[in-house]
Write a protein of this length. Structure first.
Length: 325
């Protein structure tokens, strides 16, 4: 991803990342995370408090931290625009603002046309499960949406130099609140993972769907009752993050001179398409895909799906190629 940005003169902020501990109990989790990274040939350093402060003077950690020197920030929108332009130059057609309706014998019906598809790749995120079912796949799965929000700081560019992340809780299905330094140097905290009640609940009642509302609320109620992955506690905790002060306090321990009053502006929301196994009523926490010689369906692309998009795409292309043999 960084190479692509450099080759195409796209914005890139090579600012690194620190993973910090809240208390001594988290030192075990920090070591586990470090060992996993080393096993996966990630460039990491296990450092002490003094070394962490040399990298980011405002950071707070207990005894140790992990430093990832290769972490960087990009502008996803500019990268997507660049990729689309390059694809169009190679003869790829894009149909924007066009809704998938149905499929019959690989004839795709959209809101504007019919397409005689040779091979179908379904990477439709929030609707991947619905489309997969029409092809006979994803029968045990259903997407449950979660709203992700970031809260932006009014501090000036340069007040924070690097990303600061907590040690992940392996019993918790979502990434904890962290500090991100954007490609243009702005500071934000988040994300939230607030249960949404229809698939495209970006703002107000926009794109409200009665059928989705009842289906999703029913599924979330089952998850709430079963309480696997501590879903009940997670849902209640995440809903509290609508309060700016609550979200700010979640991140306060990681930074010296933290002032919640600086964090006032919500960024644009995103919706996470979280896959649920309907037989076990559990969240699917890994990549999930199914397909045959006619179609391929990416049912779950977990974080960091965008960051690893290039090798992930290569992986899927190889899987598709193997089904054609």
């Amino acid at each position: 991803m960084k190479d692509y940005c450099k080759e195409n003169r796209l914005p890139l902020n090579e600012n690194g990342k620190l993973v910090v501990t809240k208390n001594e109990v988290e030192l075990t989790g920090l070591k586990t995370l470090y060992e996993r990274g080393i096993q996966n040939q990630v460039s990491l350093k296990l450092i002490n408090e003094k070394e962490a402060k040399e990298i980011e003077p405002r950071v707070r950690t207990i005894q140790q931290a992990i430093f990832s020197p290769d972490t960087a920030s990009v502008d996803p929108k500019l990268i997507m625009q660049s990729l689309v332009q390059k694809a169009m130059e190679q003869g790829v057609c894009f149909y924007f603002n066009e809704r998938y309706i149905s499929v019959k014998k690989n004839i795709i019906c959209t809101s504007r046309r019919k397409i005689n598809a040779g091979f179908v790749v379904n990477a439709s995120g929030l609707y991947a499960d619905k489309i997969a079912k029409e092809f006979g796949f994803g029968k045990e799965y259903e997407v449950v949406p979660f709203k992700g929000l970031y809260l932006y700081s009014q501090e000036k560019v340069g007040d924070l130099k690097t990303h600061i992340y907590p040690v992940p809780d392996l019993q918790y299905p979502f990434l904890g609140v962290h500090f991100t330094v954007t490609v243009d140097g702005k500071i934000k905290i988040g994300p939230t993972a607030i249960p949404a009640f229809w698939r495209e609940q970006y703002s107000g009642l926009q794109r409200f769907s009665t059928s989705e509302f009842f289906s999703i609320v029913q599924r979330e109620a089952k998850l709430f009752i079963k309480n696997k992955f501590h879903f009940r506690q997670v849902a209640i905790h995440e809903l509290k993050k609508y309060q700016k002060s609550f979200l700010s306090n979640e991140a306060a321990y990681m930074l010296e001179n933290f002032n919640a009053a600086h964090y006032k502006t919500w960024g644009k929301p995103g919706i996470r398409a979280q896959l649920v196994n309907t037989k076990t009523n559990t969240l699917v926490t890994d990549f999930c895909y199914e397909g045959d010689k006619n179609s391929f369906h990416i049912l779950n692309a977990v974080s960091p799906a965008f960051t690893c998009a290039f090798p992930l795409a290569e992986f899927f292309v190889m899987r598709i190629a193997n089904t054609q043999i």
